[in-house]
Design a protein around this ligand. Structure first.
Ligand SMILES: Cc1ncc(COP(=O)(O)O)c(C=O)c1O
Length: 399
C-alpha cells in the first residue's frame, strides 16, 4: 500500500544520475566508456586539506558543533567570499551547509509561500525546478538566446515571469549546464530588474572560483543587491571536494539565521571534522587550486577544438566551470536522428562516449527547436578525452 504524501509526486531528481548507472553497466559489460557525463572531478582533494581532516579526527572533533557552523569556518568563509566580491560579510552572514545543494531547498523552505512564482534558469541545474515544485511554488523558467558570442539570458522570459508575479529568482553564473557566463551589462540588467521589482535572488556561485581568466563577478556586489541576495557557496569544485559535502549559504543575517534554524531541524550540523578541513582549504596558497584549474583548462581547450571540428557541431568556449553545451541540431540531422535520447544511446553503444542531453536539465521550453548536449571535462583524462572524441568524430563521419 502506497501512502506517499502527494508532494512527492512533485519532487524531481537529477535525471543525469541515471546516465552514470547506464555508463557503469556499459563498462561492466566489457566496453570502454568515455565519461563526459560526470560533473564530478577525477582530481584529488589537495593534501593539506586531507591532512587537516585527519588531524581534526585525531583531535576529537567528532561531536556535534553549532548548527550554523564552527566559528573559524564561518569567519574564514565570510572573509573569502566577501573579499572576492568586495562585500563586508562577517561570520553572522554565513550558514555552513553539507554541500552547496542544501542552500537551494532551504532558501525555498524559508522564503517561498505556497503558490508563489519563482524564476529559474532552464536549461539549468535541475534541483531548482524540483524544489520549487516540491514546496508548492510555481516554477517559471527562463532560457537563453544562442548568439555568436555565446548563450545570453532571455530577458523576455525573465520579464514575463516578473509580469506573472515572480517574487524570487534563481541565477547561476557561471552556469551548469550551459557553460554560459553573463557579460557585465547582462548581470547589471538582471540586478536592476531584481531591485526594481523587489525580488529576492539566490545566486548559485558553485563555479565562481572556476573562472579561467580574469576576476569573477558576483551579482551580490551590484548596487542594492547585497540585502536581497543569498549566495550559494560550495567547496566541491574549487577544492575537488565533491564527496566531502561542505558548502555555505551567505547573505544578509535575517536570512542566514533562518537558514541555520532549518539546519537544526535537518542535519543538526555539518560534519564537524569536515569543517576543520574547510578552514584548511580556505587557507591554501592560491597555487594549490591553480593546479586544479590549469588541468581543467588544458582539457577545456582541447575539447573546444575537437568538438568544433565535428561537422554540424557549434560549441561556445566556457569561460568558467566544467561544461560545454554544444548545439548539435545539424549533427543529429546529418546522422539520422531527431530524438536526443535515441542519439545519446546510439553514440554510447557505438563509441562508448557518454554525455548528458539538454532534457536532463529541465523541461523543454515552448517553441524550442535546437538540440544541445552537455559535455563535462572534469572527470575524464586528457588522453581519454582525445580518444573519445576521435571515436565520436569517426562515427559521425561514417554515417
Ligand atoms: C550549478 C550547481 N549548483 C549547485 C551544485 C551543488 O553542489 P554540491 O555538490 O556542493 O552540493 C552543483 C553541483 O554540481 C551545481 O552544478
Amino acid at each position: 500500500m502506497s501512502r506517499l504524501a502527494s508532494r512527492m509526486g512533485r519532487l524531481g531528481t537529477e535525471t543525469a544520475m541515471a546516465i552514470s548507472v547506464e555508463a557503469s553497466a556499459h563498462a561492466a559489460a566489457g566496453n570502454r566508456v568515455f565519461p563526459f557525463h560526470l560533473g564530478d572531478l577525477n582530481l584529488p582533494t589537495p593534501a593539506p586539506v586531507r591532512e587537516a581532516a585527519r588531524a581534526a579526527l585525531e583531535a576529537g572533533h567528532t561531536g556535534y558543533c553549532p548548527a550554523a557552523g564552527i566559528p573559524p569556518l564561518r569567519e574564514a568563509l565570510a572573509a573569502d567570499v566577501g573579499g572576492a566580491r568586495g562585500l563586508d560579510y562577517g561570520a553572522n552572514n554565513v550558514s555552513i551547509q553539507p554541500g552547496g545543494k542544501p542552500t537551494i531547498g532551504k532558501y525555498i523552505a524559508a522564503m517561498m509561500e505556497h503558490g508563489e512564482t519563482v524564476l529559474y534558469p532552464n536549461p539549468g541545474y535541475p534541483i531548482y525546478e524540483s524544489q520549487i515544485e516540491f514546496f508548492g511554488g510555481v516554477a517559471h523558467p527562463y532560457g537563453y538566446v544562442d548568439t555568436k558570442e555565446g548563450l545570453r539570458l532571455d530577458f523576455d522570459a525573465v520579464e514575463a515571469g516578473i509580469a506573472a508575479g515572480a517574487r524570487h529568482l534563481f541565477y547561476n553564473n557561471y552556469n551548469n549546464p550551459t557553460g554560459a557566463s553573463s557579460p557585465s551589462a547582462e548581470m547589471e540588467r538582471l540586478a536592476q530588474l531584481t531591485v526594481e521589482h523587489d525580488l529576492l535572488l539566490v545566486s548559485d556561485e558553485a563555479y565562481f572560483d572556476m573562472l579561467f581568466d580574469g576576476d569573477p563577478r558576483s551579482i551580490a556586489s551590484l548596487p542594492g543587491m547585497r540585502e536581497r541576495t543569498l549566495i550559494l557557496y560550495t567547496f566541491s569544485k574549487k577544492f575537488a571536494m565533491t564527496g566531502w559535502r561542505l558548502g555555505g549559504a551567505i547573505g544578509p543575517r535575517w536570512l542566514t539565521d533562518e537558514i541555520s534554524r532549518l539546519n537544526v531541524n535537518a542535519e543538526s550540523c555539518t560534519a564537524h571534522f569536515v569543517q576543520h578541513a574547510g578552514v584548511a582549504a580556505l587557507g591554501l596558497p592560491a597555487g594549490e587550486t591553480d593546479t586544479i584549474r590549469d588541468r581543467l583548462r588544458a582539457r577545456r581547450d582541447r575539447l573546444a577544438t575537437l568538438l568544433n571540428e565535428i561537422d554540424g557541431v557549434v560549441a561556445h568556449l566556457p569561460e568558467a566551470g566544467f561544461y560545454f553545451f554544444p548545439r548539435v541540431t545539424e549533427l543529429m540531422a546529418r546522422t539520422g536522428f531527431d530524438d536526443a535520447e535515441a542519439f545519446r544511446q546510439a553514440v554510447l553503444e557505438a563509441t562508448g562516449v557518454s554525455f548528458c542531453c539538454r532534457y536532463h536539465f529541465g523541461r523543454p521550453l515552448e517553441g524550442e527547436r535546437e538540440h544541445y548536449l552537455r559535455f563535462a571535462f572534469s572527470s575524464i583524462s586528457l588522453a581519454d578525452l582525445e580518444e573519445g572524441m576521435t571515436r565520436l568524430t569517426e562515427w559521425a563521419n561514417s554515417r
